[in-house]
Design a binder for this molecule. Structure first.
Ligand SMILES: Cc1ncc(COP(=O)(O)O)c(C=O)c1O
Length: 385
């Protein structure tokens, strides 16, 4: 047996390694608190679960779903986009369900990258922006995100030869892992750049609903010209605590959606109809639970920021996402700090370097553990560091 060479080009998936370390400690009887993975600890809203139960009991949902999606789902996404973002989407041609944002991002690479083409990917960034292109025999070219520029890429610094070969650009605000929100005018610059170089912009809006201090995240598709050059990957995972359901959509430029659909029909058999109907309820039903979650995450965010200040790490509270991105103390690398935290406090934090070379020097804390566990983790950090 000889696995394909492409597997040698990609690192083991970040969280696979973290999960292995946690399992090792737990097996040794240690009470580990993981602040590593961004998987909401709160349940899916009850109205969504009820809708899913009804849908599962209907034999009409038991056969292969259409890869185009149920009309109700496409209409729900379209109606959500209209009221929430002021964006008009034709449910017939501009929306398709995806089996989670991760699947969608991965498949976009195959729909748009020939071997040797370039995908521009934020660094640090969500790992599939680089893993996807590598598996597609293409080349991810990293766009550094640094605090001095507000964690947005410097588009003028992208090398000419990368720009000319680029077919895709991945951007993501509110941003994982930095927690940054999009600064005024940045999406407009991205549209201009994409037009000039014939690039499809993939805006990953996984965290658009999780924002704080009154900040409301915009859709890239609301930017003038955004619909002409881009698509948005809209996941219900984080906003509605639905990570296990694998419910997302791709929306935007109709030609890009058609290409994605053509690829997808050859790859999978669509999103389970009952999950689509649960998604309809999430998007069109009461939105109180999303607001409640924002309140909870904001409280947790402030708890962590306060504790970090006490151990000498002073950062601005992020206005979005479920993450805190902070510099490691002097004398540490990302990996040595994560290692020390695990050894000294049995707390898991993600080393920033796992999100790309520009993540070196940082670590990420996820706010997705219950309040009392987070308080305990913070106490352990305070007393052991
Ligand atoms: C930026 C970003 N995009 C996409 C995803 C994946 O979401 P999904 O659960 O829809 O696959 C995540 C998950 O952590 C993420 O952080």
């Amino acid at each position: 047996m000889r696995p394909a060479g492409r597997l040698d080009r990609i690192p083991a998936y970040l969280f696979a390694e973290i999960e292995r370390k946690i399992a090792e400690k737990k097996a040794a009887g240690v009470d580990v608190i993981s602040l590593g993975i961004g998987d909401p600890d709160m349940p899916t809203p009850p109205n969504v679960v009820k809708a899913a139960v009804r849908a599962v009991q209907d034999p009409g949902t038991h056969q292969y779903p259409s890869n185009r999606g149920r009309p109700e789902f496409r209409e729900a996404v379209s109606s959500f986009y209209r009221t929430r973002f002021g964006v008009d989407l034709d449910p017939e041609t501009q929306v398709i369900p995806a089996i989670g944002g991760k699947e969608c991002i991965f498949n976009i690479n195959f729909a748009f990258l020939d071997a040797g083409a370039v995908a521009l990917a934020a660094d640090p960034g969500y790992p599939p922006y680089t893993g996807g292109p590598l598996i597609a025999d293409a080349e991810p070219v990293l766009m550094p995100l640094v605090p001095e520029l507000g964690f947005v890429p410097d588009l003028d610094a992208i090398p000419d030869q990368a720009r000319d070969r680029a077919r895709l650009m991945f951007v993501n605000y509110p941003n994982n892992p930095t927690g940054a929100v999009v600064p005024e005018g940045f999406f407009e610059r991205v549209v201009e750049f994409a037009r000039a170089h014939d690039i499809l912009v993939v805006h990953d809006s996984a965290y658009s609903e999780l924002t704080y201090d009154g900040y409301v995240a915009p859709s890239f598709l609301a930017t003038p010209g955004g619909m002409e050059v881009g698509v948005e990957v809209f996941s219900l995972s984080k906003g509605w605590n639905m990570t296990g359901w694998r419910c997302a959509a791709i929306a935007g430029n109709a030609d890009a959606i058609a290409a994605y659909w053509k690829l997808k029909t050859n790859v999978d058999s669509g999103l389970f109809d009952a999950v689509q109907l649960a998604g309809v309820e999430a998007l069109t039903g009461p939105q109180d639970s999303v607001r409640e979650m924002c309140t909870i995450y904001q409280r947790r965010r402030d708890l962590v920021i306060g504790a970090l200040r006490e151990i000498g790490i002073d950062i601005e509270p992020p206005q979005g996402t479920i993450y805190i991105w902070a510099p490691v103390p002097a004398g540490h690398t990302s990996a040595s700090f994560a290692e020390e935290v695990l050894e000294q406090s049995a707390v898991v934090v993600s080393p920033g370097s796992a999100y790309g070379p520009n993540g070196e020097g940082f670590f990420r804390i996820s706010l997705t553990v219950p309040d009392e566990r987070l308080a305990e983790a913070v106490e352990r950090l305070r007393s052991s560091l």
